[in-house]
Design a protein around this ligand. Structure first.
Ligand code: 13P
Length: 303
């Protein structure tokens, strides 16, 4: 029987492991992502964010869905829609209900609505709308609360200042309200994590090493009582990253770590670019995320 993505992430959550989720800003990246998941017996999500068809070369939600249908392996993969923001990184309003509705019709098995640039009440109202939209389809919904910076153009505030002040971190009291009033399946939190830059001028730069406020994460997990999601998964301090999977993080998003090697190889033939992504993926799955061999846990055979 095919498990839903909702069940798979719950399995990871209960087993204190993680479902890694990989962004596809360029269509040829998809095949080596799926191949690496299969070859290492890891379970993962293949995903696209709105900014990847607006600012990169993934084409459209449909192009990604069609490519996924060609290469998918449901023993190891599912298709997820990453960030559809209500207000985008350029401060423009997005028709998020229409776009997410289209993704559900196309067969995406989980979706993210990102209301994190809104005030709490409006974030709750927008996220709630998507939970209602998805209710009949069995599609899981991820929401975001707190400021995971990095996608906006312009420089980040100094990282140590953000971390020391906790400015923009998800608040425990708000997490309780958000989870209860929206009914989201998964909650993306801000605990020191930042996104890799995507603006033209900075997207090739090495990401800063982020740290995680682990005790705060434990409090958020106890408050929200749903699987938590860690965005900005590239380049987080190793011990913090692995510890977060024991403290409620059940899904992690990774983009920059596989996009930058692909972009560096852009002048090589497609098959060589794909090999670069494959090798990066295998290393990530085995050595960074340590999920190699864990697909049976995710798909329920061992839980
Ligand atoms: P990184 O680019 O830091 O891996 O973050 C990816 C992400 O969170 C996409 O939603």
């Amino acid at each position: 029987m095919k498990l839903t993505t909702k069940e798979i992430v719950r399995n990871a959550w209960k087993a204190k492991t993680v479902v890694p989720s990989f962004n596809v800003p360029y269509l040829p990246m998809m095949e080596p992502i799926v191949r690496a998941l299969r070859d290492t017996e890891s379970f993962g999500l293949v995903m696209v964010a709105r900014l990847e068809w607006v600012k990169f070369e993934s084409g459209s939600m449909k192009a990604i869905r069609d490519e996924y249908e060609q290469v998918k392996d449901e023993r190891y993969t599912r298709l997820h829609l990453d960030h559809v923001p209500v207000i985008d990184e350029d401060s423009l309003r997005v028709d998020f209900e229409r776009e997410i509705g289209e993704a559900i019709d196309l067969g995406y098995e989980s979706v993210m609505v990102d209301g994190s640039r809104l005030a709490l009440d409006e974030n709750i109202a927008c996220t709630r709308k998507i939970v209602e939209l998805a209710a009949n389809s069995g599609v899981a919904v991820e929401g975001e609360l707190g400021a995971v910076l990095g996608h906006e153009s312009g420089p980040l505030p100094p990282y140590e200042e953000i971390f020391a002040s906790g400015k923009g971190f998800t608040r425990t009291d708000e997490a309780i309200r958000f989870a209860t009033e929206t009914g989201v399946d998964w909650l993306s939190v801000a605990i020191g994590n930042v996104h890799g830059a995507i603006a033209d001028a900075t997207r090739g730069q090495k990401k800063i090493e982020a740290r995680l406020a682990l005790d705060h994460l434990t409090r958020l997990s106890e408050a929200a009582k749903v699987p938590l999601v860690l965005h900005g998964g590239t380049g987080i301090r190793r011990n913090d990253l692995l510890a977060s999977f024991n403290r409620g993080i059940a899904k992690i998003n990774v983009a920059t770590a596989i996009r930058q090697p692909y972009e560096k190889a852009i002048d090589l033939p497609v098959s060589e670019r794909q090999q670069v992504v494959y090798e990066t993926m295998v290393d990530l799955l085995r050595n960074e995320l340590r999920v190699a061999g864990k697909a049976p846990i995710h798909t329920g055979e061992m839980v």
